[in-house]
Design a protein around this ligand. Structure first.
Ligand code: SAH
Length: 510
């Protein structure tokens, strides 16, 4: 694809908070983005759908705090696109509902840059659904109005025609009205809405922080007085609010309100995240192990250029297969070079990765450990034969050593290395210090060690206050040795049992 095809701005609605409310199109463009500009109300966890090389720019504004000026955001969108890049502008909810999406597209269009618009689930409908309040109902409301509760251009009053708004039938939904709640209810009542009209204020809807206040126009200010309602909050006014006790569901999910840190990476992290969301928890994805290219490709390149000298190829991990195949391609070779080589793998996932490349696996040992592969290979006459073992820069030595003892020649080459990534440590610190993390899950000793190394000593006291869930006794020991109090360990050492245990921990009687 040429640069000119890539050059565009994609305006994407991220939905109100729950990552599951991002659309398939939204996810697609995040995966393709060269640059992402995102806002305060966007769930930052979505950034994990981008590529490692994607440039991520936070342009968020918190209400009351000076943000990047709109003109600056517009010019950034334009200048990044002009570099031939696909620029995703990720906004909370739907970009065309009080999102200034229109203004940004006007600027982009005026600059002659191509654009695409991906609508999002607006908080109007998304938050209402998670709060259990249908906006329309055949018996109660046949229309709803969406109204701004703020006027950025004028600090005092909200410049809307209160008389007309108060006279409207149906449900009224106010956005951006958290700080102006007393003014909104007073105006509505003074223009004739009954003080008995039901009202709900929903803060941080669709997230673990979702909180709802219910009352009437006459009582809500007093009801919510002790809790200073801060943005983002959505206000729903009308008879439909009375349906909430029947329709509410999200707040009843077993792990509702719990933020659970997921430290593992890869496919199993995704299934863990999905299951947590089903249980009503908000997963906080914080992968602590990352694989990158080795410091030096030349040992692997040498081996790849001399593949015919080998008798067999041994893969011990999916990453080994992946980096091996990618490197083969990079140096302009392909799988035909592997003709005649015996291929050995450890574990079914590794074997699957090899087969995905269209290569037959000769030997997959019965068990998933190195020792088992050695005994399988040992049945063949390997004396004097040469093997290539592409794998992580630092790994266990048992496999090559034992094969050498059996007379084989083993070339161990680095195909990749594992490193500690620098993920959203800031976001983690913020949440830990605010006490808004409930559980941290560990699925191996290395996730414990890497997590604590990333978090640093400063956060240890905050981490010690969080519930710690470990997949099994070995991981638990590591966590305890590091000073953590482990309260959740399943009887079976699997991810799904770990999640069951977390559920049981918080719902002891169910
Ligand atoms: N484009 C967005 C709205 C932007 S204005 C949309 O379609 O949802 C910001 C306002 O949206 C907030 O002040 C609040 O009223 C509302 N809002 C956004 N996310 C919300 C959430 N998770 N919970 C409650 N209100 C939310």
């Amino acid at each position: 694809m040429t640069n000119s095809n890539k050059e565009k701005v994609v305006l994407v609605g991220a939905g109100p908070g729950d990552i599951g409310l991002l659309t398939l199109n939204g996810k697609h463009w995040l995966q393709k983005a060269d640059v992402v500009l995102y806002d305060h109300l966007v769930n930052p966890d979505m950034i994990r759908f981008t590529q490692k090389s994607t440039e991520i720019i936070y342009v968020g504004k918190k209400e009351g705090v000076a943000s990047m000026a709109q003109e600056k955001i517009n010019s950034l969108l334009i200048s990044k696109a002009r570099e031939g890049k696909t620029v995703v502008r990720l906004k909370g909810g739907d970009p065309f509902v009080f999102g200034r999406g229109g203004e940004e597209i006007q600027a982009v269009q005026a600059a002659g840059i191509a654009f695409i618009i991906v609508p999002g689930v607006t908080s109007v409908t998304g938050v209402a659904a998670y709060a259990g309040i249908p906006l329309t109902h055949r018996d109660l409301s046949s229309t709803f109005s969406v109204i701004t509760g703020s006027n950025e251009k004028n600090q005092g009053d909200i410049h809307i025609d209160w008389e007309k708004i108060a006279a409207r039938a149906g449900t009224l939904v106010f956005l951006m009205g958290a700080r102006k709640l007393p003014l909104i209810v007073e105006k509505l009542m003074s223009f004739g809405k009954s003080p008995d009209t039901p009202i709900a204020v929903v803060q941080w809807g669709t997230t673990a922080r979702q909180k709802t206040w219910i009352g009437t126009l006459g009582t809500i200010v007093e009801i919510s007085a002790k809790d200073k309602i801060l943005p983002p909050a959505l206000t729903i006014i009308g008879e439909v609010v009375n349906l909430k006790p029947v329709v509410e569901w999200y707040e009843h999910l077993p792990l509702f309100g719990k933020t659970v840190v997921v430290t593992r990476k890869g496919d199993q992290a995704e299934s863990m995240i999905d299951r947590l969301r089903e249980l009503g928890a908000e997963p906080f994805f914080f992968p602590v192990i990352e694989t990158i290219a080795p410091d030096d490709w030349s040992p692997l390149d040498n081996a790849l250029n001399n593949l015919s000298q080998y008798h067999g190829l041994i893969f011990t991990s999916v990453n080994g297969v992946r980096f091996f195949a990618e490197r083969l391609k990079t140096i302009d070779q392909d799988i035909r070079e592997l003709k005649g080589l015996r291929v050995f793998t450890i574990g079914p996932k590794t074997a699957e990765a090899v087969r995905d490349l269209g290569i037959r696996v000769d030997v997959v040992p019965e068990n998933f450990v190195a020792e088992s592969l050695i005994s399988s290979i040992g049945k063949e006459n390997i004396e004097g034969k040469q093997f290539l073992l592409p794998r992580a820069a630092v790994a266990r030595e048992i496999l090559p050593e034992q094969l050498r003892e059996m007379g084989a020649i083993v070339d161990v080459v680095s195909a990749y290395q594992t490193v500690l990534p620098a993920p959203q440590v800031d976001e983690l610190s913020k949440r830990l210090e605010a006490g808004s993390i409930d559980v941290i899950t560990f699925t191996s000793s290395s996730t414990v060690k890497n997590f604590l190394a990333l978090a640093g000593d400063k956060l240890l006291p905050a981490i010690q206050k969080v519930k710690i869930a470990c997949i099994g006794p070995v991981t638990k020991n590591t966590a305890q040795e590091a000073g953590l109090n482990v309260e959740i360990v399943p009887e079976q050492y699997t991810v799904s049992s770990l999640l069951d245990s977390i559920e049981a921990f918080f719902q002891p009687n169910s």
